[in-house]
Ligand binder design. Structure first.
Ligand code: SF4
Ligand code: SF4
Length: 78
């Protein structure tokens, strides 16, 4: 599970992130940004696998990905 935040002022609604997302958890908003474009939003947080493809493909660097990482720490030797 990962949270995707799109900078709606940067996003021009090209849909590249939406098309590339393997889990299809992104969509265009119904609202417009100040430039008059619909912008990408995450519609299903639980299904997002945090693969970061959306962030890599965005030509406007408008996508930030916040993925939880599980770290396995060694058990203490007590
Ligand atoms: S991180 Fe991967 S699964 Fe999550 S929204 Fe982006 S492309 Fe889709
Ligand atoms: S790839 Fe970037 S500019 Fe295009 S819709 Fe997604 S967030 Fe917006």
């Amino acid at each position: 599970m990962a949270k995707i935040l799109v900078d709606k002022e940067r996003c021009k609604g090209c849909k590249m992130c939406i098309v590339i997302c393997p889990k299809k958890v992104l969509a265009l908003s119904t609202e417009l940004n100040p430039a008059g474009s619909r912008y990408a939003i995450q519609v299903e947080e639980k299904e997002c696998i945090g693969c970061r493809l959306c962030g890599m493909i965005c030509p406007d660097s408008a996508v930030s990905i916040y993925a939880e990482r599980r770290i396995n720490l060694p058990r203490s030797q007590t």
